[in-house]
Design a protein around this ligand. Structure first.
Ligand SMILES: [Zn+2]
Length: 411
């Protein structure tokens, strides 16, 4: 007995359209023209009408707890420091219910943009205590029908300079946090923070995800220390670094050396183009550098690279629709990418790579979870070039959203 049928779907790279049969939350058959008769004939269905079917997008780096606060936090300088202090001031007024409501707004936007898994960073310190963490835990439970949420707790305002933070991070890890983030550039002892976070990651057997090297000064960086500790702790393949805008100013030989360091240490890169473009290069009044790390060049050498949203409607990024097809397009545009293979690679950085990072299958095959979206395109490259918006989505066999295509009313 089938629960659902998706008809006439285009699988990436295939010429013939297929139907997908769903039962008990899984794909049970993929073939041309399934179920003309019999009990399955009565199963509810969606006609993809020749459009692309894909696993949902995976958001590898977002901040649900500080989203949608432009009404109460203004970035006076437009810089990273301006954003951090604006949020730090506003944070004293955050409550668990307020964080829940703003996070829910972002999650619902993301669902309708085709995302069905996220890694969210959550700020932990004695000021906010565990309010953000508790709100996100509630969101994780309440939206499990449409979104899998991974919680990365981190000390946004520093670890060694903010006594009590480490104890709270450990409490969060004891109570369901999935991994540990870092922000060494905010610490009075950056190398000390890196070392302590690796020690804690070993204690709890969790992955690490750092905010790192978020400026354009190539004369110093923390990347090498993270690489050194990744190898020392045997944490290769378990460490991501986000932003790393310093990579955008490296000449080719230095960039190649850095790629080799990251490969040897098994470190992946997350680029956050909306934030990186908005905050970096503020000291230039002309010829403003874009500050977006060249992830496609690292990916070409086998480094795990993802593109993500980071912030939505806050002092770090006063924009946001939670669309990962838009974010992939933004990255492609600023990186001057155009070929089918280049655009396909940008799609992979919001789907295949972050799915792997979050330990998810990203296959459409019999036996896999019936979790997918339909995009108005015939290829993954076209999704990036046209910023295709998903028209329908399902998670574990249940339809989660519908966003019908626009219609024209001709005379
Ligand atoms: Zn971030």
């Amino acid at each position: 007995m089938l629960d659902y049928l998706v008809r006439n779907a285009c699988l990436n790279g295939e010429n013939t359209l297929v139907d997908l049969a769903v039962a008990d939350g899984k794909i049970v058959e993929i073939a041309q023209s399934i179920a003309g008769e019999g009990p399955s004939f009565d199963a509810p269905s969606f006609d993809a009408a020749g459009q692309l079917i894909s696993c949902g997008f995976v958001e590898s780096h977002i901040h649900l707890d500080k989203a949608c606060i432009l009404d109460r936090a203004k970035n006076e300088t437009g810089t990273l420091q301006g954003a951090i202090s604006a949020v730090a001031n506003a944070k004293s007024g955050f409550t668990e219910d307020d964080i829940y409501a703003r996070g829910a707004r972002v999650i619902e936007k993301a669902i309708t943009e085709g995302t069905n898994a996220v890694r969210t960073h959550v700020e932990i310190d004695p000021g906010i205590d565990l309010a953000g963490f508790n709100a996100i835990k509630r969101l994780k439970a309440d939206y499990a029908w449409a979104m899998d949420i991974e919680i990365c707790v981190f000390p946004q305002e520093g670890l060694f300079n903010y006594p009590g933070t480490e104890e709270l991070l450990r409490q969060a890890l004891d109570n369901g946090a999935d991994l540990l983030g870092g922000c060494p550039y905010m610490d009075t002892d950056p190398h000390g923070q890196i070392l302590r976070l690796f020690e804690m990651a070993r204690d709890y057997d969790v992955d690490l995800d750092f905010h790192l090297d978020f400026d354009l000064d190539a004369s110093w960086r923390h990347l090498d220390e993270v690489a050194k500790q990744s190898i020392a702790f045997g944490w290769q393949g378990r460490v991501m670094i986000g932003h790393v805008t310093k990579l955008s100013v490296l000449p080719k030989p230095e960039l190649e050396d850095t790629i080799a360091i990251m490969r040897d240490a098994g470190i992946g890169l997350t680029v956050l183009p909306a934030t990186d473009l908005f905050l970096t290069g503020r000291d230039h009044d002309h010829s403003v550098p874009c500050g977006v790390a060249p992830a496609h060049k690292l990916a070409a050498h086998g480094v795990c690279c993802t593109i993500a949203t980071n912030n939505v409607l806050n002092p770090f990024t006063p924009y946001g629709d939670c669309s990962l097809s838009r974010m992939a397009n933004l990255y492609a545009n600023v990186s001057q990418l155009a070929t089918e293979a280049e655009l396909e690679n940008c799609f992979a950085m919001v789907s295949d790579a972050p799915a792997k990072l979050l330990g998810r299958s990203n296959k459409i095959a019999v036996g896999e979870a019936a979790s997918f979206i339909v995009l108005p395109a015939q290829s993954r490259a076209q999704v990036v070039s046209e910023i295709s918006r998903p028209i329908w989505g399902m998670k574990d066999g249940r339809v989660t959203f519908e966003h019908p295509a626009a219609r024209l009313f001709r005379p």
